[in-house]
Each structure stands twice: as structure tokens, then as C-alpha cells.
Write a protein that binds this ligand. Structure first.
Ligand code: PFF
Length: 448
């Protein structure tokens, strides 16, 4: 491993860091609410199929680019290029991914700030600081600026420490906490009246909805967001993996963890909504669909927690700490993309690069907070609806059409001598060349 760049010290370190990037607000908030508004289990079924059949192959393409290049996204892709136009194309795709990650972080930091302020509220409530509690849970520019800033400071503090001491160490601490908290909360919700109806809604698919175009688009978008595709993040994390590791199985393990945690989050959120209904809280909107988005997390669930008496304070604390941890392990990966670019391409010292890039992104978040109604939705669509699928598709095109097949095999063989005879090698190169780019393109143009 390159001493100057650093890298993951162990297989587990990589798995937890990559799973940490993948598992975030998208899993714990996005996936259950998409499920709730898209026909329950039908959405879960389609999501699982698309995650393994389309997102996993694209994820492997990004990991491989990074592991081959052993550098930031732009340099890694340029190492695979042979002609001038390919190098230019590599720059556009690699840099596009970095910009996409920065844009996502600028709105993700605001959401994470809300989670932090809601996590502190149960403590101020217990201490009897009622005015502070209501400030923490009501929308205000000042609260948003302060908590987005605090969250960015945490992200910067971890990333400035580098790969092993920052990303890996903190992913190893935070991911087990996240899984533990999630399981504890599910067990508790299991014991409450009304949960059973929620489980049924979550687990019984309405097969007739499976081929609805809107459902397919939402499921693919969710799978891409969840695996952090099209953002240069998996390229940079791939570049920190040792050459002796078996990439195919590492990628599959990360995908499996990501999908399982999304599934577990559904087991928490959807039954919780039905428990809330049992307690008299409205969980259906006027049009008859289940409440999703901000209202679910900041109205329905807090009302449920309040109705639980004093234990509700602990449940609320657990839930919002869980959300904050999930957001943090994702935000560090988003910051690493631009920081590694600044360090490796412009020779900026790591700490300085982290502070400068972090500050730049915080300024962007501030602009969004100050023009919330105009910019918040716009930045989300720009980065997640257009940017991510487009860049992920171009990464597949790069691997499928520009990179030589013999080079790809050589790269894969370093961690697995027998890969040439595997099912993966029989399917994946062809899949990345034709199926992934066309499927992503179809869904992308349809969503326009
Ligand atoms: N995968 C994260 C989630 O599900 O919340 C979001 C994310 C992380 C998107 C990193 C993009 C990224 F680069």
C-alpha cells in the first residue's frame, strides 16, 4: 500500500467504510418512505432485483477503476485512457463525479443537521429547557446554519485524519453502533400494538404494481443513491483496497449489507407508522397515500415517541442518533472524493485541503439554506436525478468500451486467480458493456 496516500488496513476496514458510505439517510429514511409510497412489498421486491442486477455491476465497475488506478477518480480514469480524447472524457467523468459528491454533501449536511438537532432535543427536554427544545425542533435559518455547520465540522475532523485513522477507524466504531441501535429499536417496536399490521403492509407484495414505470424509476434511483454510485466515492474507496483482495466478493458483501440494512430500516419505520396510527396519529395524506418525506420523520415519528411516555425520550434519542451516525459515515465518503483530488492533483496538504473543501461545501449549504424554497429541491434533482445516473452510466461505458478486457481480467486476477472461470467473469464484462449503460439510459430518459 502506498505509504503517502494511505489505504484500508484490512478487509473489514474496507467493508465497513464502503458499507458506511452506502448505508445512510437513503436507507433509513429514503428506502422506507419510497416503499411506503410505492406499494409496499412490490417496491422492496423490485429494489432487490435492481440492486443486484444493475447497481452491483455498476458498483463493481467503479471499484475496479479505483483499484486499478490507485488514485483519485480523475487520475484513475486517465490511467486507463490511451488517447487524448479518452483522457479528456476521463476528466469529465471523474471530475463530474467529484462535483456530484460535493453537491450531494451540500444538501445532505442540512438534512443531517436536522437529525442532530432532533437527537439533542430529548436531552434538553429531560433537563426542562423547554424553549431550547422547541427551538431545536422548529425550522429556522439559525438552527439550520448552526447544525449544518456542526455536522460539517465532524465530517472535516474525521476526513482530515486520513484513510486509516479517520475513515476506517470511525467506520469501525460507528457501523456496529448503527446496526446495534437499529436492531434494538426494531425489537422494541415489535412489542407495540399496531406493529403487526405494519409488517403485513411491508411484506405482502402487490405483484400487479411490479412493472409500473414510476416504481421502476424510483427503485433504480434509490439503488444508485444507496450504493453512492456516480459520485467518484467508490472509485476513491476502491483505490484504497489492497491489490491482494478479492474485489468481486468484497463488492458483493458491501451490496448485501447495504440492501439488508435498508430492509431492516423498513422493518423499523413502516411498523412504527402503523403503531402511530394505532395511537391516533394520522399516517395517510389527503390523497390516501402513506405520509412520507420530512413529515414522516419530523412529525409522525416524534408524535409516536411523545405518546410513549418517558421511554419515548430514549427511543427518540436512539432513533435520531442512529440517523446522525448513518449520515456521518456517508458524508465522510462524499468529502473524501474532492479532498483526494485536491491533495493528489494540486499538491495541497491533506488537512488544509479538507478544511478548504469542507468550507466551500458549507458555503454552498449556506446559500441553499438562505434560498431554501428555490434551491433545496433543485440541488437534490440536479445531483441525484440527473448527475448520479449519468456519471454512473459513463463509468460503465468507460469500463466496457475503453478499458481493454485483458487489463480488466489482469486487475481482477490479482485478488483471485480463478476469476476467469467464475460466473462473474462470464456475465459481467458483457453486462457492463451493453446492459447497464442501456438500462440506465432508458430509465434516465424516461424519468426526464
Ligand atoms: N448512500 C448514501 C445513503 O444511502 O444515504 C448517500 C450517498 C453517500 C450518496 C455518498 C452519494 C455519496 F457519494
Amino acid at each position: 500500500m502506498d505509504k503517502l496516500r494511505g489505504g484500508f488496513s484490512s478487509r473489514l476496514g474496507f467493508i465497513l467504510a464502503a458499507a458506511g458510505s452506502a448505508v445512510g439517510l437513503g436507507n433509513i429514511w429514503g428506502f422506507p418512505t419510497q416503499t411506503a409510497s410505492n406499494g409496499g412489498a412490490a417496491f422492496v421486491l423490485v429494489y432487490l432485483v435492481l440492486a443486484f442486477c444493475l447497481a452491483y455491476p455498476a458498483f463493481m465497475a467503479e471499484l475496479l477503476i479505483g483499484r486499478y488506478g490507485q488514485a483519485n477518480a480523475v487520475t484513475s480514469m486517465q490511467k486507463m485512457s490511451r488517447t487524448l480524447w479518452q483522457k479528456r472524457f476521463a476528466f469529465i467523468v471523474g471530475f463530474g463525479g467529484i462535483i456530484c459528491a460535493a453537491l450531494i454533501l451540500s444538501f445532505y449536511g442540512i438534512l443531517a443537521g436536522w437529525m442532530m438537532s432532533y437527537a439533542i432535543e430529548p436531552i434538553t427536554s429531560v433537563l426542562g429547557f423547554n424553549e431550547t427544545s422547541s427551538w431545536l425542533t422548529s425550522q429556522s435559518m439559525m438552527r439550520n446554519l448552526i447544525f449544518t455547520g456542526l455536522f460539517m465540522l465532524l465530517t472535516v475532523a474525521i476526513i482530515s485524519r486520513g484513510v486509516e485513522d479517520g475513515i476506517e477507524k470511525w467506520s469501525k466504531r460507528l457501523m456496529p453502533m448503527l446496526i446495534g441501535l437499529l436492531i434494538l429499536l426494531i425489537i422494541y417496536v415489535f412489542t407495540l400494538e399496531g406493529a403487526e399490521e405494519g409488517f403485513a403492509a411491508y411484506l405482502k407484495p402487490d405483484i400487479s404494481r411490479v412493472f409500473e414505470p414510476d416504481l421502476l424509476i424510483s427503485a433504480l434511483g434509490q439503488a444508485f443513491f444507496s450504493l453512492s454510485l456516480g459520485t467518484s466515492v467508490m472509485i476513491i474507496y476502491g483505490s484504497y483496497i489492497s491489490k491482494t483482495e478479492n474485489l468481486v466478493s468484497l463488492g458483493a458483501q458491501v451490496t448485501l449489507i447495504d440492501v439488508s440494512i435498508a430492509f431492516l430500516a423498513g422493518l423499523l419505520i413502516i411498523p412504527s407508522m402503523y403503531v402511530a396510527q394505532y395511537q391516533g396519529v394520522a399516517i395517510f395524506s389527503d390523497d390516501g397515500s402513506l405520509i412520507s418525506g420530512p413529515n414522516l420523520v419530523f412529525d409522525v415519528l416524534p408524535t409516536l415517541f411523545n405518546s410513549m411516555g418517558s421511554i419515548g425520550l430514549f427511543v427518540a434519542l436512539g432513533f435520531f442518533v442512529l440517523m446522525t451516525i448513518a449520515a456521518l459515515t456517508s458524508s465522510i465518503s462524499m468529502l473524501e472524493g474532492p479532498v483526494s483530488f485536491a491533495v493528489e492533483r494540486h499538491n495541497v496538504e491533506r488537512k488544509k485541503a479538507t478544511v478548504l473543501v469542507g468550507l466551500g461545501i458549507f458555503i454552498l449549504s449556506t446559500i441553499i439554506i438562505l434560498n431554501f424554497d428555490e434551491l433545496f429541491g433543485l440541488v437534490i434533482s440536479l445531483s441525484t436525478v440527473y448527475g448520479q445516473p449519468l456519471i454512473a452510466m459513463l463509468c460503465c461505458v468507460f469500463v466496457g468500451w475503453i478499458w481493454q478486457r485483458s487489463q480488466i481480467l489482469k486487475e481482477l486476477k490479482q485478488g483471485d486467480d480463478m476469476v476467469e472461470h467464475s460466473f462473474f467473469w462470464k456475465i459481467w464484462p458483457w453486462y457492463t458493456k451493453f446492459v447497464c449503460p442501456s438500462a440506465i439510459a432508458i430509465v434516465f430518459f424516461h424519468s426526464l
